[in-house]
Design a protein around this ligand. Sequence first.
Ligand SMILES: [Fe+2]
Length: 424
Amino acid sequence: MPYLRRINTTSTKTYSSRTLLFLENDGTLRPLAIELSLPHPDGDQFGCISKVYTPSSQGVESSIWQLAKAYVNVNDSGHHQLISHWLKTHAVIEPFVIAANRQLSVLHPIHKLLHPHFRETMNANAIAREVLTNAGGIIEETVFPAKFSMEWSSVMYKNWVFPEQALPVDLIKRGMAVEDPKSSHSVRLLIEDYPYAADGLEIWSAIKIWVKEYCSFYYKNDEMVQNDSELQSWWKELREEGHGDKKDEPWWPKMQTCEELIESSTIIIWLSSAYHAAINYGQYSIGGYVPNRPSISLHFMPEEGTPEYEELKTYPDKAFLKTFTPQLQTLLGMASIEILSRHPIDELYLGQRGTPEWTTDANMLQASEDFRKKLEGIEKRIIKMNKDEKLKNRVGPAKIPYTLLYPSSEPGLTGKGIPNSVNI
Ligand SMILES: [Fe+2]
């Protein structure tokens, strides 16, 4: 795509950032300060050069605060696309898909369980490698790490730990929850009104109960897991070849027990369906208006006494637009996330299967139906919570209700719906 290469005539300039948030009594988070840092010109041993900005709603200080928030968004949008989205769903799922297709017969119960969650993933990734993640492609053009995008993603893969992708484990690791056997999902949220976590735990549990019922039907004891040669070959291939860089990691489940099979299958389904949905389908509503969430910055914060600072005083909007995502990248980014955030007409959502005759085991058809009904119940609870004025984070100041983990959807740009698989 030669026209893309012509766009990149300027290099991006951004900071690393830290945001300090205060948890109010009503459960909302209020930003207190943003720290923007640059490497020390004399070397890392001197630390970094940092400046702290605080909220303001008047004069040039309010423009400075707007700029500081926009730099945070620049960092976050790059991290979101490259790490949360590409790496932690599309890229890591691929080895599971390839090894399953090579090692499990189509009649194998685990193949039947996971098959809907692998739909279109290889195709979507192939297209992504042609136009999005390739050198000079859309990702490099529209996020700040530019030509270092894939390098960043692969460095972050070094920290990827399969069992930590389980939602309860992830929430504990990020300091958002603590273990609590008395709570309904064995974890207690530290910010109770955290919509992704609250809805996510419901979905996670529904998936796990379904997977447990399914696996327990075909595997009556641990020996049956150990003696299933197809299952063992699948697990060996995805660990040793697909995720080969991590083949010696001690944290891999050994796949010797029913419990390991249930937890691992639940993680695979969670990542392919709900986690990917929460990351992907809100991108247009959050970032479609690019000044709300810029992804590139071309200039640093203006310093007092410079012409740039004077311009910020007199024409704050002009200064903002000069600093963040240029027009062509804005269009390219908007168009891309609009396509990514759209559901096709033939989308299959969590709990649905394209082939009703996928199994003849009546018990499993019933368990699958129970799972679908449970998801419908979650939908009703989400609607109810979004109307509850006490839960302020569910709607937020922009008055957009949180529906990213609402299981079903109509086609198009809806900001809701959990497709079965990573397919876009
Ligand atoms: Fe995606």
